[in-house]
Design a protein around this ligand. Structure first.
Ligand code: ZN
Ligand code: FE
Length: 257
């Protein structure tokens, strides 16, 4: 199986997974790069997986479906162009001979879903849309901090080796913020260096892994004393519970330059 992040717009990745003959694509905000990839590698598009309704994730959906006849799977509770198979937590999606488990991960949008396959050539694989980024998480456009924290907990509980396919190249700016939250986290320094080297060569910093994110992503680390302390230092009114800490870190990131 080959996993390809196709760059689109400013900083999106349209993830393509293929077996040399058939392909699936996740969140095709633009049809053109996907069609070019299908043509170049002589692939037939079998399935389109959608995580949430934002235009940069569905903009190319109809053109791709019209051009290829691919089956579309998307969140049950969001406005996605019909026809599609609507899926929610616990459902399975079969594509390329693989079975993806659908996870409900509300927070960025109310009906956001993620797709998890426990075994792609021996390694688990996660398509998480705009829920989890390397070093960060999605903005809370439609959900509450409690919902997003629960969604991230769900993802953090996946096997450490899980490859995490995020839909934006936000890593370096996320890591800058992460260093402000946790200046004492040595792993953050070495990970930042590795990511800077990749970006200098115009290469993606993704996929990440769950294991990696647990070591460096402040949004997966809100229960650590150092992170809670940083939240309180930023905003003395931070409630003592984990949701309160998470909410402060998220707000802080929204304002951070
Ligand atoms: Zn989005
Ligand atoms: Fe997005």
């Amino acid at each position: 199986m080959k996993l390809i992040p196709l760059p689109a717009f400013q900083d999106n990745y349209l993830w393509v997974l293929h077996n040399g003959r058939r392909a699936l694509v996740v969140d095709p905000g633009d049809a053109q790069p996907v069609l070019a990839c299908l043509q170049r590698d002589r692939l037939q598009l079998e399935a389109i997986l959608v995580t949430h309704h934002h235009p940069d994730h569905i903009g190319g959906l109809e053109a791709l479906r019209d051009a290829t006849g691919a089956a579309v799977f998307g969140p049950a509770r969001e406005r996605i162009p019909e026809p599609l198979t609507r899926v929610a937590g616990g459902d399975g999606v079969d594509a390329l001979g693989l079975r993806f488990e659908v996870l409900d991960v509300p927070g960025h949008t109310a009906g956001h879903v993620a797709y998890y396959c426990p075994d792609v050539d021996g390694t688990p694989l996660l398509f998480c849309g705009d829920t989890l980024f390397s070093g960060g998480c999605g903005r809370l456009f439609e959900g509450t901090p409690a919902q997003m924290l629960a969604s991230l907990d769900r993802l953090a509980a996946l096997p450490g080796a899980t490859r995490v396919c995020c839909t934006h190249e936000y890593t370096l700016s996320n890591l800058k913020f992460a260093r402000a939250v946790e200046p004492g986290n040595a792993e953050l320094i070495s990970y930042t260096q590795r990511c800077e080297e990749l970006r200098a060569r115009d290469l993606p910093t993704l996929p990440s892994t769950i294991e990696q994110e647990k070591r460096i992503n402040p949004f997966l680390r809100t229960r650590l004393p150092a992170v809670a302390q940083a939240a309180r230092a930023h905003d003395a009114a931070t409630p003592p519970d984990e949701v309160g800490v998470f909410a402060t870190i998220r707000n802080w990131k929204n304002q951070y330059k």
